[in-house]
Write a protein that binds this ligand. Structure first.
Ligand code: ADP
Ligand code: MG
Length: 357
């Protein structure tokens, strides 16, 4: 029979993309300046994420993969802050339930030696052994969903699509993560290894985009920099939560800044690049279909390039949205979405006026 643990674990780890997301976020949280993601057979055989971050302290070995263990949640207040990506202690626990998984970790103080950690399905530490390792942590996830035959079949069937979804997310992390060197590769069965992309620890997002998408893409971009203040008082259909936000004294700023890079508006150039749209809230990759729609419609209304390249980081007060909408935290609820979309559209039209031909 399937344990409750297995079933619940399915909620944070739902596909290949969520595995990568959780592991990359852990590496970022650990202060890594270099992150290497290695797929084997598009991720069907293995996904390994290696970083040069802090490593794991020996005191944490026993608890690291137990449900709800986290070393990151200091106070309740942290829940609304995005200083670290993780805070629920579910990823490693889920992975131990849903894959053959092990960790190799080494801290600077340990010299050239690291520790390999192996776990039982429950997340209980099964054993440790000494291995050669550089500072940092490697998490290896093998045969994801091996113990859930239906899910495994589904994954095998859709692997091409799953893999390209993962790459899109990794592109987004690589582009937004200034100061982190990313490298992504895929080892396919006949021994051929393809490098999806590799960046240096670049000083700007523009450089990162150039590394990931090519210098030609960069040539076709203009900087995006919008700023406006929302008036949350006349918001139609505001939720209780949103009303609280507008009335609380310590509710923070209502200033929204949107920074990034977008396709230079050119009339009639109908190149379709829908996979080249990345949205972030306070530098964290998010699914924001309504925001994407606003960009696409603004281009369309001027007869500009359809499905433009968009890299947009929405900077707003942490009280202005809720990240705990979906277990994988990629969906975000913007409390003042209607007003934000309106102002965004206005600002884009203003920006494009100058480019009208
Ligand atoms: P969370 O990120 O919510 O704390 P996880 O299950 O993702 O929960 O990770 C559990 C704990 O394992 C983290 O709190 C952290 O202490 C440790 N950990 C996980 N990945 C890494 C890593 N790459 N480097 C250092 N520590 C890590
Ligand atoms: Mg985590």
């Amino acid at each position: 029979g399937r344990s409750v643990h297995q079933i619940q674990s399915g909620q944070v780890i739902v596909d290949l993309q969520s595995v990568c997301k959780e592991l990359v976020e852990n590496s970022i949280d650990a202060g890594a300046t270099s992150i290497e993601v290695r797929f084997k057979n598009n991720g069907l055989d293995a996904i390994e994420v290696q970083d040069n971050g802090s490593g794991i302290a020996p005191d944490d070995y026993e608890t690291i993969a137990l449900k709800h263990y986290t070393s990151k949640l200091a106070t309740y207040d942290d829940l609304s802050s995005l200083q670290t990506f993780g805070f629920r202690g579910e990823a490693l626990s889920s992975l131990s339930a849903l894959s053959n998984f092990h960790i190799v970790t080494a801290r600077a103080a340990d010299g050239p030696k690291g520790t390999k950690l192996e776990f039982e399905q429950s997340g209980k530490l099964k054993g440790t052994s000494v291995v050669a390792a550089k500072q940092g942590t490697t998490v290896a996830v093998e045969t994801l969903f091996y113990n859930l035959p239906v899910r495994r079949k589904e994954l095998e069937k859709n692997i091409k699509r799953e893999y390209s979804k993962v790459l899109q997310l990794l592109n987004a992390y690589a582009c937004i993560s200034v100061g982190i060197k990313f490298s992504v590769s895929n080892q396919v069965p006949k021994g051929k290894k393809t490098i999806a992309f590799s960046t240096n620890a670049n000083p700007t997002t523009r450089d990162n985009i150039s590394n990931v998408y090519g210098a030609k893409t960069i040539g076709a971009l203009i900087p995006l920099s919008l700023e406006f203040e929302l008036d949350p008082s006349n918001r139609p259909g505001a939720t209780q939560n949103a009303r609280n936000w507008s009335t609380q004294e310590d509710s923070g700023s209502h200033i929204v800044k949107i920074v990034g890079h977008i396709s230079r508006p050119v009339v009639g150039e109908g190149r379709q690049t829908p996979d080249r749209q990345m949205f972030f809230v306070n530098s964290r990759p998010c699914n924001l279909p309504q925001v994407a729609k606003a960009f696409n419609e603004a281009y369309k209304s001027f007869n500009f390039t359809q499905s433009p390249f968009v890299f947009a980081d929405i900077k707003l007060d942490t009280n202005a949205y809720d990240v705990n909408v979906s277990p994988d935290k990629r969906m975000i609820m913007l409390h003042d979405q209607t007003a934000l979309l309106e102002r965004l559209k206005e600002s884009l039209l203003e920006l494009f006026e100058g480019h009208d031909q």
